[in-house]
Design a protein around this ligand. Structure first.
Ligand SMILES: [Zn+2]
Length: 334
């Protein structure tokens, strides 16, 4: 919460500075309105990467928690069709959402038609106000509205949930280009969706894939997530993959993350047979093979989720209640 307050203070200072400029220098104010946000790809720690013809990823490289609240934590996606554009996950703030739309404008003159939230977590949906201010439809699935309003609402007074809630398999068309949205389970309590562009074989997974990052699992179901990864590996074996966090990969990244979850489950099964206490379990050191992963601050919460879900065999509801009651605010964002 403290961190979020700091972010809020930062945004307030930016706003006050903008008001000062408007009062003193009308010409500068006009420029500020034209550019909409002061964030740049550089200041946001984002790299624009072409994933296929007219398909781009904005790849975040900062560790978590970010050293600078203006830096993007997750990846965003841009899919340009023959008559319009679809964007995925407008980051954690309106300024970063604005940056996503400004980046689209540097790539094409075509209008954005759809905004997709791959799940409800704050780092992927906090930028939704930038879509709403452009009168763009935001799509999400399952209980995404409820989860955003109740869970994200504690730390964000400007919640903008999707106004189109999809159910089942959806195909959207950007002129000639088909974009498939499909539901999978495991990371965020029934709000996970993937975006796939069949003509280019590009898969945007949201947080069903953390690549070279310690994942955020406390809000998910580890065993369900393992089954989803096995399915994604079969269904998208030849796709280029944009993960929710971490660098662009392919089926190898899905395999590697599936191994990570299997390692976590193996640890939890060992704790069960050894009668390990939760206190001891959560103190387990990060295995050396994952020492170059970012987001290591999340590892204790991985251990705790594994202990609850695997060692104790708690169901989702008990596990999520435990998570909501015990996790620090800064970790709830992912
Ligand atoms: Zn995330």
């Amino acid at each position: 919460m403290k961190q979020l307050r700091q972010w809020g203070l930062g945004l307030l200072l930016v706003a006050l500075t903008a008001v000062g400029l408007i009062a003193l220098q009308p010409r500068l104010a006009i420029q500020a309105q034209e550019t909409a946000s002061t964030a740049t790809l550089d200041s946001a720690g984002l790299t624009l990467e072409e994933l296929g013809d007219g398909i781009y990823g904005l790849i975040a490289s900062v560790d978590f928690p970010p050293v600078d609240p203006g830096m993007a934590i997750c990846n965003g996606g841009i899919v340009i069709g023959s008559d319009g554009v679809l964007v995925v996950d407008p980051f954690q703030s309106e300024a970063l959402g604005d940056l996503l739309f400004e980046t689209v404008a540097t790539l094409t003159d075509l209008p954005v038609k759809y905004v997709v939230n791959t799940h409800y977590h704050f780092d992927h949906t906090g930028g939704n106000p930038a879509a709403a201010s452009r009168q763009l439809p935001i799509l999400g699935r399952g209980p995404i509205r409820e989860f955003m309003l109740t869970r994200n609402g504690e730390s964000d007074s400007n919640i903008t949930p999707p106004e189109v809630v999809i159910d089942g398999a959806w195909d959207l068309w950007l002129g000639e280009r088909q974009v498939q949205i499909r539901e999978f389970e495991g990371h965020s309590g029934g709000t996970d969706a993937i975006v796939y562009v069949p003509d280019a074989k590009v898969l945007i997974t949201g947080d069903l894939l953390f690549n070279q990052r310690i994942p955020y699992v406390a809000d998910g179901n580890i065993r369900t997530w393992q089954a989803t990864l096995a399915e994604l590996i079969v269904d998208y074996s030849d796709a280029l993959v944009l993960p929710g966090h971490g660098p662009v990969t392919d089926v190898a990244g899905l395999e590697s993350f599936k191994t990570y979850l299997a390692d976590l489950v193996a640890l939890a099964e060992d704790w069960e047979s050894a009668g390990t206490s939760e206190e001891e379990a959560v103190a387990t050191e990060l295995p050396a093979k994952y020492s170059d992963f970012l987001f290591q601050a999340l590892f204790p919460s991985n251990l705790e989720a594994a202990y609850n879900q695997i060692t104790l065999g708690q169901d989702d509801a008990a596990s999520i209640q435990h998570y909501l009651a015990t996790q620090p605010e800064s970790v709830k964002a992912l």
